[in-house]
Design a protein around this ligand. Structure first.
Ligand SMILES: Cc1cc2nc3c(=O)[nH]c(=O)nc-3n(C[C@H](O)[C@H](O)[C@H](O)COP(=O)(O)OP(=O)(O)OC[C@H]3O[C@@H](n4cnc5c(N)ncnc54)[C@H](O)[C@@H]3O)c2cc1C
Length: 457
């Protein structure tokens, strides 16, 4: 039996809640099921893009932005279907969150200003050097190790939560040994249910056949634990897909290629949608094409720009890029008809040169025409993580069907309802990490504030 203030279940984005709670003087136990979580969870696998609207990095770069503008972007991308209370809380906290990651955690936060992301009307997506989640998670985990208020229990899987006078969390080690931890509150930060094929088939049939590229421990534990306690759920059909997983390297090609002017063609060499709509919804569109695979076609300029991303460098170093001096040689290397590919590239190039407003698939923004030598990388669609989950309020408190908070129960990240509305199309870059880090941060603030209320006369 251990007594503490807060149990955080899951050492991904939940670590932000643990560290924030410790900063408030609370004692925390983090329980983590996966002994390899530092490279295995979604936060570690991510591209480390965290939005912050109105941040000091934006001000230094002369970028005007605000939480209201960010919220308007979320509402536009989700067609108004995002949980408004959660979206408002997260867009409001976003700039403070990235500042805290820098000042409170010590992460070397930077703001890439070299590209736009689909749906963001301002350059607001912050990251760390190398643009990879492994650095982000390492920074959080190192700060946890350095904190004398946070204990990490790993490997230990939370298998039961009871609410009453505080909470009781039962954890199980791999040998089946069980231990109960009593606390004032618990934060469920176990991610969603992407690794549970049955739940994915039930809630996300359109992407169930795609490759799952996320944490193996995203098994829906929070969903089961929370609903057993009477929690309501929302947007269980929401997910982040990605159309650009390298078929050969099984690593992310990154959509930065596309935003810099690359185009996506299917296995027959044809484009089929406006790539700038968003990489999440593009996954299901690619999954519906012949053979459920395609190609990203790029050139040397784009290759140089994309090398800012560790994932892209890994793809390039793996030899997955097929280079050719011109379109017809490239088409031969891809096994697609040369005439079809040439027509598709000419159509996009005409937009880049300003000769036409939009191309055949409706794309209006192409940074520059592709120029030989050209490269193609074969891609398959992927499911990265689910976005729906336990309904929460603006403090990350889990709610029941009557909108009442369940005392002592918080949820964040893939365990919670998120801010992406329904389906895949509501996903904006950063909609994964912002609810993961932001809701955990808000939960810690709320728990600390209620402690002050409890001790005041
Ligand atoms: C390749 C890739 C790139 C991405 N890039 C971005 C990006 O740039 N920006 C963005 O916003 N989002 C991105 N995402 C999405 C983002 O990674 C996730 O939305 C986010 O990391 C989820 O955080 P989390 O804390 O909910 O889950 P995780 O980081 O997966 O952490 C959950 C932890 O809980 C543990 N766990 C599970 N069940 C239990 C249990 N019962 N007991 C104890 N521990 C348990 C797991 O082992 C895991 O360590 C990306 C995802 C992928 C796959």
């Amino acid at each position: 039996m251990v007594d503490t203030d807060l149990v955080v279940v899951g050492a991904g984005g939940g670590l932000a809640g643990a560290l924030r709670a410790a900063e408030h003087g609370l004692d925390v136990v983090v329980v983590e099921a996966d002994e390899h979580f530092r490279r295995g969870n979604n936060t570690a696998m991510s591209t480390a893009m965290v939005p912050g609207a109105g941040s000091r990095w934006q001000r230094a770069a002369g970028i005007e932005d605000s939480p209201e503008r960010f919220l308007a972007d979320v509402e536009a991308k989700t067609a108004g279907t995002a949980d408004r209370r959660v979206a408002r809380a997260l867009t409001t906290v976003s700039a403070g969150l990235v500042a805290w990651l820098a000042d409170g955690v010590g992460l070397p936060i930077e703001l890439p200003v070299d590209m736009d992301y689909p749906g963001h009307s301002a350059r607001r997506v912050h990251t760390v050097p190398g643009r990879h989640g492994s650095s982000l998670l390492r920074g959080l985990a190192d700060a946890v190790t350095a904190s004398d208020r946070v204990d990490l229990l790993c490997p230990a899987r939370a298998v039961d939560v009871q609410l009453g006078d505080g909470v009781a969390v039962t954890v199980e080690d791999p040998a089946g040994g069980r231990e109960s931890i009593r606390a004032r509150a618990v934060l469920l930060a176990t991610n969603g249910f992407g690794a549970d094929a049955d739940l994915v088939a039930e809630h996300l049939p359109e992407i169930a056949g795609a490759t799952y590229h996320g944490s193996e421990y995203a098994r829906g534990d929070a969903l089961r634990l929370g609903t057993a306690l009477g929690a309501a759920t929302g947007c269980l059909d929401a997910y982040q897909g990605h159309a650009a997983l390298s078929a050969a390297a099984r690593t992310l090609v990154t959509w930065t290629t596309v935003m810099h002017g690359a185009v996506v063609v299917d296995a027959e060499g044809r484009r089929f949608a406006d790539e700038t709509a968003g990489y999440s919804e593009f996954a299901a569109w690619l999954a519906a094409r012949p053979g459920a695979r395609g190609w990203v076609v790029l050139d040397q300029r784009i290759d140089a720009l994309a090398r800012a991303f560790g994932d892209y460098r890994d793809v390039a170093d793996s030899g997955a890029l097929r280079w050719a001096p011109d379109t017809s040689d490239l088409a031969a290397r891809m096994g697609v008809p040369a005439g079809v590919l040439a027509d598709e590239l000419a159509d996009a190039a005409a937009v880049a040169r300003g000769e036409q407003g939009a191309d055949r698939v409706g794309r209006t923004a192409v940074e520059a025409p592709l120029e030989g030598p050209l490269a193609a990388v074969e891609i398959v669609p992927a499911l990265f993580h689910t976005q729906g989950g336990l309904r929460v309020d603006e403090h990350a408190r889990v709610l029941d069907a009557a909108d009442r908070p369940l005392a002592g129960l918080y949820a964040s990240g893939g365990a919670a309802v998120g801010m992406s509305g329904h389906g895949a199309a509501g996903y904006l870059a950063g909609n994964g990490l912002l609810p993961a880090l932001g809701l955990a941060h808000l939960a810690a603030d709320h728990l600390a504030a209620t402690r002050l209320l409890e001790v005041s006369p």
